[in-house]
Design a protein around this ligand. Structure first.
Ligand code: AMP
Ligand code: GLY
Length: 423
Protein backbone atom coordinates (compact mmCIF):
# COMPACT_ATOMS: atom_id res chain seq x y z
CA UNK A 1 0.00 0.00 0.00
CA UNK A 2 1.30 3.47 -0.84
CA UNK A 3 1.29 5.50 2.37
CA UNK A 4 -0.36 8.82 3.00
CA UNK A 5 1.34 12.17 3.25
CA UNK A 6 0.12 13.93 6.38
CA UNK A 7 0.44 17.54 7.54
CA UNK A 8 0.51 18.30 11.28
CA UNK A 9 -0.28 21.90 12.28
CA UNK A 10 1.35 23.33 15.41
CA UNK A 11 4.69 23.53 17.18
CA UNK A 12 4.40 22.10 20.69
CA UNK A 13 5.20 18.87 22.46
CA UNK A 14 1.77 17.58 21.42
CA UNK A 15 2.69 18.05 17.76
CA UNK A 16 6.02 16.28 18.30
CA UNK A 17 4.05 13.36 19.80
CA UNK A 18 1.65 13.39 16.83
CA UNK A 19 4.53 13.50 14.35
CA UNK A 20 6.23 10.53 16.06
CA UNK A 21 2.98 8.53 16.17
CA UNK A 22 2.23 9.27 12.52
CA UNK A 23 5.77 8.54 11.36
CA UNK A 24 5.47 5.12 13.05
CA UNK A 25 2.15 4.40 11.28
CA UNK A 26 2.30 1.90 8.46
CA UNK A 27 -0.33 3.90 6.61
CA UNK A 28 1.86 7.02 6.52
CA UNK A 29 4.79 7.52 4.20
CA UNK A 30 5.68 11.12 5.03
CA UNK A 31 4.89 13.62 7.75
CA UNK A 32 5.04 17.39 7.32
CA UNK A 33 4.65 20.03 10.03
CA UNK A 34 3.70 23.70 9.96
CA UNK A 35 5.59 25.24 11.57
CA UNK A 36 6.80 22.33 13.74
CA UNK A 37 9.75 22.55 16.10
CA UNK A 38 13.23 21.10 16.51
CA UNK A 39 11.66 17.80 17.59
CA UNK A 40 9.30 17.40 14.67
CA UNK A 41 12.20 18.14 12.29
CA UNK A 42 13.72 14.81 13.39
CA UNK A 43 10.74 12.75 12.15
CA UNK A 44 9.06 15.13 9.69
CA UNK A 45 9.67 17.99 7.28
CA UNK A 46 9.02 21.40 8.81
CA UNK A 47 7.51 24.24 6.80
CA UNK A 48 7.95 27.72 8.19
CA UNK A 49 4.29 28.80 8.19
CA UNK A 50 2.82 30.00 11.48
CA UNK A 51 -0.50 28.59 12.70
CA UNK A 52 -2.00 32.06 12.42
CA UNK A 53 -1.53 31.97 8.61
CA UNK A 54 -4.63 29.96 7.74
CA UNK A 55 -4.41 30.64 3.99
CA UNK A 56 -0.72 29.71 4.01
CA UNK A 57 -1.47 26.37 5.68
CA UNK A 58 -4.32 25.56 3.29
CA UNK A 59 -2.06 26.36 0.32
CA UNK A 60 0.70 24.21 1.79
CA UNK A 61 -1.71 21.27 2.18
CA UNK A 62 -2.77 21.70 -1.45
CA UNK A 63 0.81 22.01 -2.72
CA UNK A 64 1.93 18.94 -0.78
CA UNK A 65 -1.14 16.99 -1.89
CA UNK A 66 -1.61 15.58 1.60
CA UNK A 67 -4.31 13.03 2.36
CA UNK A 68 -4.86 14.29 5.89
CA UNK A 69 -4.25 17.40 7.99
CA UNK A 70 -4.07 17.00 11.77
CA UNK A 71 -4.60 20.29 13.58
CA UNK A 72 -2.90 20.47 16.98
CA UNK A 73 -3.86 23.80 18.63
CA UNK A 74 -7.26 25.42 19.10
CA UNK A 75 -6.70 28.86 17.56
CA UNK A 76 -6.59 27.78 13.90
CA UNK A 77 -9.68 25.61 14.50
CA UNK A 78 -11.60 28.54 15.96
CA UNK A 79 -10.39 30.59 12.99
CA UNK A 80 -11.83 28.15 10.46
CA UNK A 81 -8.85 26.11 9.24
CA UNK A 82 -10.83 22.85 9.06
CA UNK A 83 -13.72 24.57 7.27
CA UNK A 84 -11.32 25.81 4.60
CA UNK A 85 -9.53 22.48 4.24
CA UNK A 86 -12.84 20.66 3.82
CA UNK A 87 -13.79 23.26 1.23
CA UNK A 88 -10.75 21.99 -0.70
CA UNK A 89 -11.80 18.34 -0.10
CA UNK A 90 -8.83 17.74 2.21
CA UNK A 91 -9.75 15.62 5.26
CA UNK A 92 -8.94 17.51 8.46
CA UNK A 93 -8.75 16.08 11.98
CA UNK A 94 -10.16 18.93 14.04
CA UNK A 95 -13.63 20.45 14.20
CA UNK A 96 -14.99 23.25 12.04
CA UNK A 97 -15.11 26.75 13.54
CA UNK A 98 -18.58 26.36 15.02
CA UNK A 99 -17.62 23.13 16.79
CA UNK A 100 -14.43 24.80 18.01
CA UNK A 101 -16.55 27.36 19.88
CA UNK A 102 -16.84 24.78 22.66
CA UNK A 103 -13.33 25.91 23.54
CA UNK A 104 -13.35 29.35 21.94
CA UNK A 105 -16.25 30.51 24.10
CA UNK A 106 -16.68 29.22 27.65
CA UNK A 107 -20.08 30.92 27.72
CA UNK A 108 -21.15 28.87 24.69
CA UNK A 109 -19.81 25.64 26.23
CA UNK A 110 -21.68 26.30 29.48
CA UNK A 111 -24.89 27.11 27.64
CA UNK A 112 -24.66 23.87 25.63
CA UNK A 113 -23.98 21.84 28.78
CA UNK A 114 -26.90 23.46 30.58
CA UNK A 115 -29.26 22.72 27.71
CA UNK A 116 -28.16 19.05 27.58
CA UNK A 117 -28.10 18.52 31.35
CA UNK A 118 -24.38 17.72 31.28
CA UNK A 119 -22.99 18.06 34.84
CA UNK A 120 -20.88 21.21 35.31
CA UNK A 121 -20.55 24.10 37.79
CA UNK A 122 -23.04 26.97 37.91
CA UNK A 123 -21.72 30.14 36.30
CA UNK A 124 -22.53 33.81 35.86
CA UNK A 125 -21.32 36.38 33.34
CA UNK A 126 -20.39 39.81 34.70
CA UNK A 127 -20.20 42.89 32.46
CA UNK A 128 -20.18 45.74 34.98
CA UNK A 129 -17.42 46.54 37.44
CA UNK A 130 -20.14 47.96 39.72
CA UNK A 131 -21.66 44.52 40.22
CA UNK A 132 -18.56 42.50 41.05
CA UNK A 133 -19.02 42.61 44.84
CA UNK A 134 -22.60 41.39 44.57
CA UNK A 135 -21.64 38.61 42.12
CA UNK A 136 -18.82 37.48 44.37
CA UNK A 137 -21.29 37.20 47.25
CA UNK A 138 -23.54 34.88 45.28
CA UNK A 139 -20.73 32.27 45.13
CA UNK A 140 -18.79 30.75 48.01
CA UNK A 141 -14.98 30.79 48.15
CA UNK A 142 -12.69 29.60 46.72
CA UNK A 143 -13.75 31.73 43.79
CA UNK A 144 -13.14 30.62 40.21
CA UNK A 145 -12.77 33.52 37.80
CA UNK A 146 -12.36 32.90 34.09
CA UNK A 147 -11.58 35.20 31.23
CA UNK A 148 -13.57 33.99 28.23
CA UNK A 149 -10.66 34.17 25.81
CA UNK A 150 -8.22 31.59 24.48
CA UNK A 151 -5.52 31.86 27.11
CA UNK A 152 -3.76 28.51 27.02
CA UNK A 153 -5.04 27.51 30.47
CA UNK A 154 -3.74 30.73 32.00
CA UNK A 155 -6.92 32.83 31.99
CA UNK A 156 -8.26 31.22 35.16
CA UNK A 157 -7.86 32.46 38.73
CA UNK A 158 -8.82 30.17 41.60
CA UNK A 159 -8.49 32.02 44.90
CA UNK A 160 -9.91 32.29 48.42
CA UNK A 161 -8.64 35.85 48.76
CA UNK A 162 -11.46 38.34 48.22
CA UNK A 163 -8.94 41.01 47.21
CA UNK A 164 -7.35 38.77 44.56
CA UNK A 165 -10.78 37.75 43.30
CA UNK A 166 -11.89 41.37 42.97
CA UNK A 167 -8.63 42.24 41.18
CA UNK A 168 -9.06 39.37 38.72
CA UNK A 169 -12.67 40.39 38.03
CA UNK A 170 -11.76 44.05 37.54
CA UNK A 171 -8.77 43.31 35.31
CA UNK A 172 -10.75 40.94 33.10
CA UNK A 173 -13.64 43.37 32.66
CA UNK A 174 -11.18 46.16 31.82
CA UNK A 175 -9.34 43.98 29.27
CA UNK A 176 -12.14 41.92 27.74
CA UNK A 177 -15.36 43.79 28.61
CA UNK A 178 -16.74 40.86 30.62
CA UNK A 179 -15.74 37.94 32.81
CA UNK A 180 -17.18 34.67 34.12
CA UNK A 181 -17.42 33.54 37.69
CA UNK A 182 -17.98 29.88 38.27
CA UNK A 183 -18.91 27.53 41.08
CA UNK A 184 -15.81 25.89 42.54
CA UNK A 185 -15.72 22.15 41.93
CA UNK A 186 -13.67 20.03 44.28
CA UNK A 187 -12.21 16.61 43.76
CA UNK A 188 -9.57 15.21 41.47
CA UNK A 189 -9.09 16.23 37.85
CA UNK A 190 -8.71 13.96 34.84
CA UNK A 191 -8.67 14.47 31.10
CA UNK A 192 -10.61 12.20 28.77
CA UNK A 193 -9.77 12.70 25.12
CA UNK A 194 -12.59 11.54 22.88
CA UNK A 195 -11.99 11.05 19.18
CA UNK A 196 -15.30 11.57 17.44
CA UNK A 197 -17.17 12.06 14.22
CA UNK A 198 -20.82 11.75 13.27
CA UNK A 199 -20.58 7.95 13.01
CA UNK A 200 -19.18 7.26 16.47
CA UNK A 201 -16.62 8.05 19.13
CA UNK A 202 -13.70 6.45 20.97
CA UNK A 203 -12.70 7.44 24.50
CA UNK A 204 -8.91 7.26 24.81
CA UNK A 205 -7.37 6.13 28.12
CA UNK A 206 -7.87 8.85 30.76
CA UNK A 207 -4.87 10.92 31.75
CA UNK A 208 -4.11 13.40 34.49
CA UNK A 209 -2.39 16.72 33.90
CA UNK A 210 -0.78 18.85 36.65
CA UNK A 211 -1.92 22.40 35.97
CA UNK A 212 -0.29 24.31 38.83
CA UNK A 213 3.31 25.35 38.36
CA UNK A 214 4.68 24.01 41.64
CA UNK A 215 4.89 20.79 43.62
CA UNK A 216 1.82 19.92 45.72
CA UNK A 217 -0.30 21.87 43.24
CA UNK A 218 0.96 25.22 44.48
CA UNK A 219 1.37 28.44 42.49
CA UNK A 220 -0.45 29.73 39.43
CA UNK A 221 -2.12 27.68 36.68
CA UNK A 222 -0.06 26.80 33.62
CA UNK A 223 -0.73 25.08 30.31
CA UNK A 224 0.23 21.85 32.10
CA UNK A 225 3.44 20.77 33.88
CA UNK A 226 3.30 17.01 33.36
CA UNK A 227 0.89 14.14 32.85
CA UNK A 228 0.48 10.41 33.05
CA UNK A 229 -1.89 7.81 31.65
CA UNK A 230 -3.88 5.76 32.33
CA UNK A 231 -5.06 7.73 35.39
CA UNK A 232 -6.48 5.35 38.02
CA UNK A 233 -8.83 8.06 39.38
CA UNK A 234 -10.88 7.37 36.26
CA UNK A 235 -12.14 4.01 37.51
CA UNK A 236 -14.41 1.89 35.31
CA UNK A 237 -17.41 3.33 37.16
CA UNK A 238 -16.22 6.94 36.70
CA UNK A 239 -15.63 6.24 33.01
CA UNK A 240 -19.08 4.69 32.63
CA UNK A 241 -20.68 7.76 34.21
CA UNK A 242 -18.53 10.03 32.02
CA UNK A 243 -19.70 8.13 28.96
CA UNK A 244 -23.42 8.22 29.77
CA UNK A 245 -23.69 11.61 31.46
CA UNK A 246 -21.24 13.63 29.33
CA UNK A 247 -19.87 11.98 26.20
CA UNK A 248 -23.12 10.45 24.90
CA UNK A 249 -25.17 13.67 25.13
CA UNK A 250 -22.31 15.71 23.65
CA UNK A 251 -21.88 13.23 20.80
CA UNK A 252 -25.60 13.21 20.12
CA UNK A 253 -25.58 17.02 20.03
CA UNK A 254 -22.45 17.32 17.87
CA UNK A 255 -23.34 14.59 15.38
CA UNK A 256 -26.64 16.32 14.71
CA UNK A 257 -25.22 19.79 14.27
CA UNK A 258 -25.26 21.19 10.77
CA UNK A 259 -21.61 20.38 10.11
CA UNK A 260 -20.61 17.32 12.13
CA UNK A 261 -17.76 17.44 14.61
CA UNK A 262 -14.69 15.52 13.42
CA UNK A 263 -11.71 15.57 15.72
CA UNK A 264 -10.98 15.32 19.42
CA UNK A 265 -13.27 16.53 22.17
CA UNK A 266 -11.13 16.98 25.27
CA UNK A 267 -13.28 16.52 28.35
CA UNK A 268 -11.65 18.14 31.40
CA UNK A 269 -13.25 16.42 34.39
CA UNK A 270 -13.53 17.05 38.08
CA UNK A 271 -14.32 13.80 39.88
CA UNK A 272 -15.79 14.25 43.35
CA UNK A 273 -15.40 11.99 46.41
CA UNK A 274 -18.38 9.89 45.33
CA UNK A 275 -16.97 9.34 41.85
CA UNK A 276 -19.37 11.76 40.18
CA UNK A 277 -17.77 13.48 37.16
CA UNK A 278 -18.47 17.13 36.18
CA UNK A 279 -17.04 19.08 33.29
CA UNK A 280 -14.45 21.73 34.16
CA UNK A 281 -13.83 22.58 30.53
CA UNK A 282 -14.04 21.31 26.99
CA UNK A 283 -11.18 21.69 24.56
CA UNK A 284 -11.51 20.92 20.88
CA UNK A 285 -8.13 19.26 20.40
CA UNK A 286 -5.75 16.86 22.07
CA UNK A 287 -4.30 18.15 25.33
CA UNK A 288 -0.71 19.20 25.76
CA UNK A 289 0.94 17.41 27.65
CA UNK A 290 -1.85 14.79 27.69
CA UNK A 291 -1.15 13.88 24.04
CA UNK A 292 2.44 12.95 24.91
CA UNK A 293 1.17 10.24 27.30
CA UNK A 294 -1.95 9.18 25.38
CA UNK A 295 -0.72 8.77 21.81
CA UNK A 296 1.92 6.20 22.88
CA UNK A 297 -0.90 4.05 24.35
CA UNK A 298 -2.67 3.71 20.99
CA UNK A 299 -1.85 0.38 19.39
CA UNK A 300 -3.85 0.89 16.19
CA UNK A 301 -2.36 2.73 13.24
CA UNK A 302 -2.56 6.41 14.26
CA UNK A 303 -2.76 7.67 10.67
CA UNK A 304 -5.76 5.45 9.88
CA UNK A 305 -7.46 6.32 13.19
CA UNK A 306 -7.24 10.07 12.64
CA UNK A 307 -8.15 9.72 8.94
CA UNK A 308 -11.25 7.69 9.84
CA UNK A 309 -12.48 10.48 12.15
CA UNK A 310 -11.57 13.16 9.58
CA UNK A 311 -13.64 11.31 6.95
CA UNK A 312 -16.59 10.49 9.19
CA UNK A 313 -16.22 6.70 9.30
CA UNK A 314 -14.78 6.10 12.73
CA UNK A 315 -17.56 3.62 13.59
CA UNK A 316 -16.15 1.17 11.05
CA UNK A 317 -12.73 1.31 12.68
CA UNK A 318 -11.68 -0.48 15.85
CA UNK A 319 -9.13 1.39 17.97
CA UNK A 320 -6.97 -0.80 20.18
CA UNK A 321 -4.71 0.20 23.06
CA UNK A 322 -1.42 -1.05 24.50
CA UNK A 323 -1.27 -2.32 28.04
CA UNK A 324 1.46 0.12 29.14
CA UNK A 325 1.80 3.29 31.23
CA UNK A 326 3.21 6.62 30.10
CA UNK A 327 4.39 9.69 32.02
CA UNK A 328 5.81 13.02 30.94
CA UNK A 329 7.49 15.78 32.96
CA UNK A 330 7.58 19.30 31.51
CA UNK A 331 10.73 21.41 31.67
CA UNK A 332 9.77 25.10 31.69
CA UNK A 333 11.81 28.24 31.15
CA UNK A 334 12.72 30.59 33.98
CA UNK A 335 9.70 32.77 34.73
CA UNK A 336 7.02 30.44 33.30
CA UNK A 337 4.00 30.85 33.49
CA UNK A 338 4.82 34.59 33.65
CA UNK A 339 7.30 36.39 31.41
CA UNK A 340 9.92 33.90 30.36
CA UNK A 341 13.60 34.10 29.53
CA UNK A 342 14.28 32.49 26.14
CA UNK A 343 17.23 31.97 23.84
CA UNK A 344 19.22 29.82 26.26
CA UNK A 345 21.16 26.72 25.24
CA UNK A 346 19.68 23.35 26.20
CA UNK A 347 22.07 20.49 26.82
CA UNK A 348 21.60 16.78 27.42
CA UNK A 349 18.15 16.66 25.84
CA UNK A 350 18.96 13.95 23.31
CA UNK A 351 19.70 11.06 25.65
CA UNK A 352 17.22 8.19 25.50
CA UNK A 353 16.40 5.03 27.42
CA UNK A 354 15.69 1.86 25.48
CA UNK A 355 15.70 -1.10 27.82
CA UNK A 356 13.30 -3.49 26.19
CA UNK A 357 9.97 -2.64 27.75
CA UNK A 358 11.11 0.68 29.25
CA UNK A 359 11.53 3.65 26.92
CA UNK A 360 12.51 7.20 27.74
CA UNK A 361 12.94 10.17 25.40
CA UNK A 362 12.20 13.86 25.02
CA UNK A 363 9.26 15.56 23.32
CA UNK A 364 10.50 18.98 22.26
CA UNK A 365 8.24 22.04 22.38
CA UNK A 366 9.59 25.59 22.71
CA UNK A 367 13.00 24.74 21.28
CA UNK A 368 14.80 25.45 18.02
CA UNK A 369 18.28 25.14 16.55
CA UNK A 370 20.44 28.22 16.29
CA UNK A 371 22.88 28.86 13.45
CA UNK A 372 25.56 26.78 15.18
CA UNK A 373 23.19 23.83 15.46
CA UNK A 374 22.72 24.17 19.22
CA UNK A 375 19.27 23.68 20.67
CA UNK A 376 17.95 26.87 22.28
CA UNK A 377 14.79 27.61 24.24
CA UNK A 378 12.09 29.67 22.53
CA UNK A 379 9.13 29.54 24.89
CA UNK A 380 7.61 28.73 28.27
CA UNK A 381 7.29 24.99 28.03
CA UNK A 382 10.55 23.94 26.43
CA UNK A 383 10.25 20.16 26.35
CA UNK A 384 8.88 17.23 28.28
CA UNK A 385 10.68 14.04 29.24
CA UNK A 386 8.50 11.03 28.54
CA UNK A 387 8.72 7.48 29.86
CA UNK A 388 6.77 4.46 28.63
CA UNK A 389 6.87 1.27 30.69
CA UNK A 390 4.85 -1.65 32.06
CA UNK A 391 4.13 0.28 35.29
CA UNK A 392 3.58 3.94 36.12
CA UNK A 393 6.48 3.88 38.58
CA UNK A 394 8.91 2.73 35.91
CA UNK A 395 7.54 5.26 33.40
CA UNK A 396 8.04 8.07 35.93
CA UNK A 397 11.55 6.84 36.78
CA UNK A 398 12.46 6.95 33.10
CA UNK A 399 11.03 10.49 32.72
CA UNK A 400 12.93 11.78 35.74
CA UNK A 401 16.15 10.03 34.72
CA UNK A 402 15.99 11.85 31.39
CA UNK A 403 15.01 15.26 32.78
CA UNK A 404 17.66 15.21 35.50
CA UNK A 405 20.29 14.96 32.76
CA UNK A 406 19.09 18.11 30.99
CA UNK A 407 20.75 21.44 31.52
CA UNK A 408 18.92 24.72 30.84
CA UNK A 409 19.81 27.74 32.96
CA UNK A 410 16.96 28.88 35.22
CA UNK A 411 14.59 26.11 34.12
CA UNK A 412 12.23 24.31 36.46
CA UNK A 413 10.09 21.20 36.56
CA UNK A 414 7.79 19.56 39.06
CA UNK A 415 9.23 16.77 41.16
CA UNK A 416 5.89 15.15 41.97
CA UNK A 417 4.26 14.21 38.67
CA UNK A 418 1.99 11.22 39.18
CA UNK A 419 1.91 11.56 42.97
CA UNK A 420 -1.82 10.96 43.23
CA UNK A 421 -1.56 7.63 41.45
CA UNK A 422 1.42 6.27 43.36
CA UNK A 423 0.99 4.27 46.57
P1 AMP B 1 -9.75 25.82 32.42
O1 AMP B 1 -8.96 26.79 31.60
O2 AMP B 1 -11.20 26.06 32.43
O3 AMP B 1 -9.34 24.44 32.12
O4 AMP B 1 -9.20 25.95 33.92
C1 AMP B 1 -7.85 25.69 34.22
C2 AMP B 1 -7.75 24.99 35.55
O5 AMP B 1 -8.35 25.79 36.59
C3 AMP B 1 -8.48 23.67 35.63
O6 AMP B 1 -7.74 22.62 35.12
C4 AMP B 1 -8.71 23.55 37.13
O7 AMP B 1 -7.53 23.11 37.77
C5 AMP B 1 -8.99 24.96 37.54
N1 AMP B 1 -10.44 25.18 37.49
C6 AMP B 1 -11.15 25.67 36.45
N2 AMP B 1 -12.47 25.72 36.73
C7 AMP B 1 -12.61 25.23 37.96
C8 AMP B 1 -13.74 25.02 38.83
N3 AMP B 1 -14.98 25.35 38.45
N4 AMP B 1 -13.51 24.49 40.04
C9 AMP B 1 -12.26 24.18 40.44
N5 AMP B 1 -11.16 24.36 39.69
C10 AMP B 1 -11.31 24.87 38.46
N1 GLY C 1 -3.11 20.38 29.35
C1 GLY C 1 -4.26 21.14 29.24
C2 GLY C 1 -4.65 21.52 27.89
O1 GLY C 1 -4.13 21.04 26.92
O2 GLY C 1 -5.53 22.35 27.76
Amino acid sequence: MVGMDVLVVGSGGREHALAIGLSQSESVSSVHCAPGNAGTSIVATNHNIPVSDIDGIVNLAIDLGVSLVVVGPEAPLVNGLSDMLRGESIPSFGPHSEGALLEGSKTHAKTVMESLGVPTGRFERIDEIDSIEESLDSFTPPWVIKRDVLAGGKGVTVTSSREDALDALRNAIQTDGFVLIEEHLSGEEASVLVIMDESGYVMLPASQDHKRVGDNDEGPNTGGMGAYAPAPVATPSVLARTRYEIVEPMHHYLRNSEVPYRGCLYVGLMIDEDGAPSVVEFNVRLGDPEAQVTIPLIKSDLGLTLLAAAQGNLAEFEVEFKNVHAATVVLASEGYPGNVSSGRVIQGWDSTIDEGQVLGFVHLAGAKRNDSGELISTGGRVLSATGIAPTLGEALDASYQIIEGIDLEGSHYRGDIGFRALP
